[in-house]
Design a protein. Structure first.
Length: 99
């Protein structure tokens, strides 16, 4: 079994308060959860208006499947009109004797 972890640092240049940031952030999280069946949460910069760090995780028995989906997720996030990605980090954890 593999656990994939993807950390995205995202910048919202036009956001002027936390309420607007959270509204856009909830929209992003809802769309990605529905489309990719992932776990996603804001893991840093919760109280800053224009920045966020999203932690995304996915579990599968196929590492390539996770990697492919992370690539699609990153592509989708880059296409969003709210802002842009500053940083991307991806890592995998292998669990079990077989692997």
């Amino acid at each position: 079994m593999f656990v994939g972890i993807c950390i995205l640092t995202y910048y919202f240049p036009e956001v002027e308060n936390l309420k607007a940031k959270r509204s856009r952030l909830n929209s992003i999280k809802d769309v990605l959860k529905r489309k990719y069946n992932i776990s996603i949460a804001e893991v840093d910069y919760e109280n800053l208006w224009q920045r966020t760090v999203l932690g995304i995780s996915m579990v599968s028995n196929d590492k390539k499947f996770i990697d492919k989906n992370f690539s699609k997720i990153i592509s989708d996030v880059e296409k969003l009109p709210y802002g842009y990605l500053n940083d991307i980090f991806i890592d995998f954890l292998s669990i079990g004797e077989k692997y």
